[in-house]
Every structure is written in C-alpha cells, then in structure tokens.
Design a protein around this ligand. Structure first.
Ligand code: ATP
Length: 313
C-alpha cells in the first residue's frame, strides 16, 4: 500500500487540563481530498499545527508521507505546502516579490502555473501587500502553495476572505491538484465547498473526530426529506415505520424518513400520489444532525439535491 500522505495515530493535545484534540486516528491517501469540519474551537487548527510540527502532541503521533511530524519535520515539510486562514505577509513587498520569496522558501515553482494562477485569481502582482485587501492577501498564499505543486496541500479555512468568483477559482485549483495526484487536507466552515470538493469528510466536535467517511456513507445519519402531493387530503402516514415527522398542507404532505423507505412506499400503494419528491440530506443537514443550528455558520450556497420521481401510483 502507498505511504499515506497523512497518518495520525492516537494524536492528542492538551492545554493544561483542557483537551483541544483527543485521540485522533486519521489517514489521508495520496491523491485524496479530505475535508475537516467543525465549529469554532473544535480543534481543526490544533490538528493542523500538530501535523505541521508547530505544536507538540501530548499523546500519539503523526506522519506526513512516512516522516514523523516532530522528529523529521524538515523531510515532512518537503512534501507539503500550507495555507493558514490569516495571511500575515511582508507589507512592503509587492505581490510578485512575495511570490518570488515564497517560491524560494518552498524550493520549487512551476512558473507557467504560477502565471496561470495569478490570472485565474485576478491578482495584480505589482501592488504592495499593504495595499491588498484580506482576500487578495489570501490569494497570494493560495497561489504560492499551489504553484509549488506539493504532494500535500494543507489548507486551514483558506477561502475565508474570498468572494464567490474566487471561490470558483479555488475549487478549480483543488480539482486540478487532485487530478495531478496531489492530496489535499482542507479545514473549512463552508459546507458546500467541502461537499463539492472532498472525497471524504471528517467532522470534529470538541476535539473528537465524531464522523469520518464519504458523504454517501454519512447520509444515513440524517433523514430523507420527502414531499408528496395527492389528489385529495393526504392519508395518515405518521405511524408508518421510519417516518419521523409529517406536516400536511392542503393536498401536500412533507415527511422526514429515517432508514429504509420501503415501508412508506408500501403505505402509499393504493393511494393516489400525484407527485413524489425526495431529497437526500445535504452536508449541512448532516452537520446539523451533530450540532445545534446555533453552532453552525449558515451556508446559503449549499446546493439542493432534488430528485423528482413522478407519480408512483
Ligand atoms: N495555545 C493555546 N492555549 C490554550 N488553549 C488553546 C491554545 N490553542 C488553542 N486552544 C484551544 O483549543 C481549542 C481548539 O482550538 P482550535 O484553534 O484548534 O479550534 P478550531 O476548530 O480551529 O476553531 P476555529 O474554527 O475558530 O479556527 C479552543 O478551545 C482553543 O481555545
């Protein structure tokens, strides 16, 4: 088996008595894009700081492409590029000078790709960093990381300052990295971004990884939304196994269904269903299944995944 891009075994970090991260087991394969989700304070940045060797674990260990993140930090760093959520750059340098300098630090630059990225992210490299907005500073760091074409991109909420157009540029760049066989570890608050980009998703809660898997594997955690339209007032479906809630609105019934849908289909046979709409839970709904709505930053861009199935009867 190929050496994992990231491997954490029982990784933990305590600050005094406070557990910022507990017992994390995690593997990211070469070429895999993994999303890392959690509300503020869940331990995402702590995990990334441990992976980068910027903090010492109080338990367990982590490796980047087989190199221990603490003892073989230099070797580990040869494989990765990191983008923090906050871009602290040299204010007196221009964007171009900054990219040059960061390229020297990384030790490798795909110059043609750098030019393409500068265009794609609409960055004016002649301006001084101090004149850049937060979003533009963030772009400089993203371009610097991407242009080095690392084996592993570690991105800590990298799109926090970007507008929707630049978010598209970012998604394209991550897809390109994946197609080139690079791994991506992406911590994010933006659920639609993670949903669109990631092969697997980890959900962190109070320092513990509470879910890890593909979205398909995680869909079972939240209920299916079903909307039925009848040619008369709906029958009573509240007692059908798996149905968690029913709201009736005229000839329509809105249902939540958990587990197999067959009992509902059985209950509907013989009724005159005009329309049957079902929607798989989005990542946002999965996330809400783990947290209260107050803990989740709203993500208006979350795509609706409606499947329309015409009259069953
Ligand atoms: N140096 C430190 N000393 C004490 N506590 C810390 C330290 N660094 C982080 N913590 C605590 O550890 C917890 C996890 O923090 P972390 O920054 O990893 O969260 P996060 O998931 O990245 O949150 P955010 O989305 O807000 O960036 C928080 O409660 C934080 O206050």
């Amino acid at each position: 088996m190929a050496t994992p891009a990231i491997r954490a075994v029982g990784l933990g970090k305590r600050y005094g008595k406070f557990h910022a991260l507990r017992d994390l087991d995690l593997e990211v394969a070469p070429g895999e894009v993994v999303g890392y989700l959690g509300p503020n304070g869940a331990g995402k940045t702590t995990t990334i700081r441990l992976l980068l060797g910027f903090a010492h674990p109080t338990s367990g260990r982590a490796e980047i492409f087989g190199h221990d993140c603490q003892r073989r930090k230099t070797q580990a760093h040869r494989h990765l590029a990191y983008v923090p959520g906050e871009a602290n750059l040299w204010p007196e340098l221009t964007g171009a000078e900054t990219l040059y300098l960061l390229g020297r630090v990384q030790g490798r630059v795909d110059a043609a790709y750098r030019g393409e990225l500068v265009e794609r992210f609409s960055l004016d490299p002649s301006k001084k960093v101090r004149a850049y907005s937060k979003g533009n500073r963030q772009k400089v760091l993203l371009i610097a990381a991407l242009m080095s074409r690392p084996d592993l991109l570690v991105l800590d909420e990298p799109t926090s300052g970007l507008d929707p157009l630049m978010e598209q540029a970012f998604r394209l760049s991550v897809a390109e990295a994946r197609d080139a066989g690079q791994s991506v570890f992406l911590s994010s608050h933006i659920l639609s971004e993670v949903e669109a980009l990631c092969d697997r998703v980890g959900i962190l809660r109070e320092g513990r990884l509470v879910e890890m898997g593909t979205l398909r594997q995680m869909r079972h955690l939240a209920e299916l939304a079903v909307e039925l339209t009848f040619d008369r007032p709906p029958p009573d479906l509240a007692r059908v196994p798996g149905v968690t809630r029913v709201v009736v609105d005229g000839h329509r019934a809105l249902l939540g269904v958990r587990g197999p849908i067959q009992p509902l289909l059985d209950a509907l046979s013989g009724t005159n269903v005009q329309e049957f709409l079902s929607r798989e839970p989005s990542l946002e709904e999965l996330f809400l299944a783990h947290y209260g709505p107050d803990e989740v930053e709203r993500d208006e861009g979350s795509p609706e995944q409606l499947t329309r199935q015409r009259a069953l009867a």
